[in-house]
Design a protein around this ligand. Structure first.
Ligand code: 7LV
Length: 330
């Protein structure tokens, strides 16, 4: 581990790996808080390096209550390290497995948070393109945190179909499977339909070990609706699992869809709870004390959002407050 990492973080074991990356758990030395560090070797990345830049650029401009926050980027000659908010509650995927399937009210609670995250991501001009239960983690309050923007793209432009070579086919939209030019935002809506089906049923609507048969099922777009699904559930699933992307519902219409509103009565709040440019003054006080500079100077430093160690320390102290802890540095 190079000094740029070891000076600030005590890196421990690998907790997961995704494609060309390893994710390690680490401790931020100044605060004692746990973080996740995604490590990528530049040589191993090869021509995939641009994807990492896309993920980093996307994460630089995303700050939302349902997205795992990027804290710091450490670029060394051999490796790239992305330091992120650690999300302790495990994957939604495991949660569904333990409960077999979720009741409609619990599925709705999670799905409203997914709609919030995706509406925000699309509004910021991105598409996630790898939505699946494995990329939805739960924090200590059982709130959803979206992770893994490794396939992120700008939905305005038509995309190359990365999915067929590295995404998970079971969540891939028909137009993607067919290799047609497609809009990432519409592919995300299809994946959200697959996700909601998995939450409500405990298994996938299109599934087959044989990829060719799986593709045929997806292109056909016919899936079974088990008897426990309510009429409302079937309708919202149908609105997302439209094989024609132009017939598919948009995330804006999902915000106030009748199924989404049931028992809540209000549309999904999708805007970030972090007002752009808002800075937490209590955290600034702690940091300006620690670094021995004035609060104005400290605020100006943070407002540059450089994703360096000072920026990471600010985000980590904010996350401590979110966890109900007093923000402090050792
Ligand atoms: C199966 N995937 C393709 C990768 C896998 C990597 C580890 C991760 N994880 C775990 O596997 N725990 C066991 C716990 C855990 C806790 N906090 C995390 C916080 C962030 C991330 C994360 C991972 C990646 Cl690859 C990202 O791009 C971003 Cl933006 C964020 N992963 C976390 C994570 C779950 C997903």
């Amino acid at each position: 581990m190079p000094r740029e990492v070891c000076d600030y973080y005590q890196v421990r074991e690998t907790i997961g790996s995704g494609g060309f990356a390893q994710v390690k758990i680490a401790k931020h030395r100044l605060s004692g808080e746990t973080v996740a560090i995604k490590v990528m070797n530049k040589v191993a990345l090869g021509e995939d390096l641009p994807r990492v830049q896309r993920e980093i650029n996307a994460l630089r401009s995303l700050r939302h209550q349902h997205i795992s926050q990027m804290y710091q980027v450490i670029d060394t000659p051999d490796d790239i390290y992305i330091v992120m908010e650690y999300v302790p509650g495990g994957e939604v995927f495991d949660y569904i497995v333990t409960k077999d399937r979720l009741l409609e009210d619990e599925a709705r609670k999670f799905f409203r948070q997914v709609i919030s995250a995706i509406a925000y991501v699309h509004n910021e001009g991105f598409a996630h393109r790898d939505l699946k239960p494995e990329n939805l983690l739960l924090d200590r309050y059982q709130n959803i945190k979206l992770i893994d923007f490794g396939l992120v793209a700008k939905p305005q432009s038509l995309q190359d179909n990365l999915y067929t070579c590295c995404g998970s086919p079971a969540y891939a939209a028909p137009e993607l499977i067919a290799g047609k030019p497609y809009l990432g935002s519409k592919a995300d809506i299809w994946s959200m339909g697959i996700l909601l089906y998995a939450l409500l049923c405990g298994y996938l609507p299109f599934d087959d070990d044989n990829t060719v048969k799986l593709y045929k099922q997806i292109l056909k777009g016919e899936y079974e609706t088990p008897r426990w699904l309510s009429h409302g559930s079937i309708k919202i699933l149908d609105s997302m699992l439209q094989t024609d992307p132009n017939q598919r519902i948009t995330v804006k219409h999902l915000l106030s869809h009748p199924w989404v509103m049931t028992n809540y009565g209000v549309p999904v709040e999708w805007r970030s709870k972090y007002k752009p440019g808002s800075i937490d003054s209590e955290v600034i006080d702690v940091m300006s004390q620690y670094y021995g500079i004035g609060t104005t100077e400290m605020s100006n430093e943070i407002a540059e959002w450089k994703f360096d160690h000072v920026c990471a320390t600010y985000y980590i102290l904010c996350n401590m407050k979110y966890q109900g802890k007093r923000p402090r540095l050792l």
